[in-house]
Design a protein around this ligand. Structure first.
Ligand SMILES: Cc1ncc(COP(=O)(O)O)c(C=O)c1O
Length: 454
């Protein structure tokens, strides 16, 4: 292992295929179910929402799926992304651990999200879609789809969770700069939104509710499809472009991770990084590899939620997925990591957790900002509140190495920068940031509301 800081690949090395974990799962995924009938979903059930190519990818068990040249050409605007060795953080922590991070904050919208947004816009364009509706939590996904709509001349409508819409006006302006239309959710543009506003005019919104609005929008118009920025199998598939690059770059660094750490909202950035590595664990080549999913203590889906079938949105318009869930009625506390406030989790990650192949832990908001500030003051990058969760866990693991004297190799999935999140840092520095613990009795209530599946 050398002393380099950056490991880079030429753009010709952008992977030509995405890696599909469904080819290598020890047991197949539990099937998604129809929200009205509770019966396993069939591809035609999804055609009002998605182009056929994405529906095929959702259920495919082919190991490698070709990345279209048109998508690779747009990836070239920022990919391959760099693998860094965090020498300065290691030194500050006085740890023998070797810390690497793969940084996705260099994409035009500032996160991993366009890895799938560009692909989804491309397949929609191929099949003649004129308009796409979507939701966004923190605004990263809405920005990524807006950028991708501009690449393929598709009109984009974004329903942005009201709390984030108010906290982060610059995200809306970014979306508008790429030509999209962004409204706060709940909005008056859908029945779901109007019903919610009638009940609670001050409703801060949730990701589940914004999904319901975007889905209602898509199914009520012939020219519109819907697009989801996380959770689904095809989204995780597209994100593996990052993990495949990371594998090659780790080889270049003559290293292999003992621990891979990432933050999870719906699970897409982290799965994109770790899925190409977990194959080595499934194959028995790296039995001790640890994969640590980090979520907020205020939205403890994996660490406290039951593993059950639940709706992907608030009102039950979208399919039932087998996942850890806090219940589709979950209204998240107003933490700043808007992208981590989702009630469910990617079925692939949940399944791997159930099989004992990955771990999960929860972190409190204040400690994650403290970690993010340490990272900014050593490595320079001001991170989004979401990856600060993973940085907190990485620092803990590195400190454990200091105590045990072990020189473990840690790989961090760094999902994006925080340049549009400075209000959150300001709240942290001025002592206004609070911790929120999600109460156990609310989880019990949510359990009672889960759909009964035979
Ligand atoms: C920077 C960043 N990281 C992580 C996430 C969480 O999403 P996912 O778990 O799908 O990667 C988001 C979601 O908005 C995000 O913006």
């Amino acid at each position: 292992m050398d002393n380099r800081t950056k490991y880079t690949l030429d753009e010709e090395r952008i992977p030509r295929h995405w890696y599909n974990i469904q080819a290598d799962l020890p047991e197949p995924l539990p099937p998604p179910l129809h929200p009205a009938t509770g019966k396993p979903l069939t591809p035609p059930d999804l055609t009002p929402l998605f182009p056929m190519e994405l529906i095929k990818q959702e259920v495919s068990t082919e190991r490698w799926i070709e990345i279209p040249d048109e998508v690779r050409d747009i990836y070239k605007l920022w990919r391959p992304t760099t693998l860094y060795r965090a020498h300065r953080l290691e030194k500050a922590l006085d740890t023998p651990a070797k810390i690497f991070y793969k940084y996705e904050g260099v994409s035009p919208p500032g996160s991993h999200k366009p890895n799938t947004a560009v692909a989804q816009a491309y397949y929609n364009k191929q099949e003649g879609t004129k308009r796409i509706s979507t939701e966004t939590g923190a605004g990263q996904w809405g920005s990524a789809l807006s950028f991708s709509g501009a690449c393929f001349d598709i009109e984009i409508k974004v329903y942005m969770v009201r709390a984030s819409y108010d906290q982060k006006p610059y995200r809306r302006i970014m979306m508008e700069t790429w030509g999209a239309n962004c409204v706060p959710s709940p909005s008056t543009d859908t029945k779901v939104g109007r019903d919610m506003l009638a009940k609670d005019p001050e409703c801060p919104g949730s990701l589940g509710l914004a999904i319901s609005e975007a889905v209602e929008d898509a199914v009520s118009r012939d020219d519109t499809h819907y697009s989801l920025g996380s959770v689904l199998n095809h989204v995780l598939l597209h994100q593996t472009v990052n993990g495949l690059e990371a594998k090659e770059l780790m080889e270049m660094a003559d290293a292999y991770p003992d621990i891979i750490v990432g933050c999870i909202g719906g699970g897409s950035n982290f799965a994109g990084l770790f899925l190409p590595f977990i194959k080595d664990k499934i194959d028995g080549n790296k039995p001790d590899l640890r994969i640590v999913n980090v979520e907020p203590a205020s939205c403890p889906t994996m660490t406290k939620g039951p593993y059950a079938y639940d709706y992907g949105d608030s009102v039950g318009l979208v399919p039932l997925l087998k996942m850890y869930t806090l219940g589709h009625g979950f209204m998240p506390p107003p933490i700043h990591a808007g992208g981590l406030r989702y009630h469910g989790m990617a079925p692939i990650i949940c399944h791997l957790h159930k099989l004992g192949l990955v771990e999960a832990r929860a972190e409190h908001q204040l400690a994650t900002f403290q970690a993010g500030v340490t990272f900014a003051r050593t490595q320079g990058i001001i991170s989004a509140p979401e990856p600060n969760h993973a940085i907190k866990a990485v620092i803990d693991e590195a400190v454990k190495c200091r105590e045990s004297g072990e020189a473990k190799t840690i790989l961090l999935a760094h999902s994006g920068h925080g340049h549009v999140d400075m209000a959150a840092y300001d709240a942290y520095f001025s002592g206004k940031l609070q911790n929120y613990e999600y109460p156990d009795e609310k989880i019990k209530q949510a359990l009672a509301e889960l759909p009964k599946i035979a």
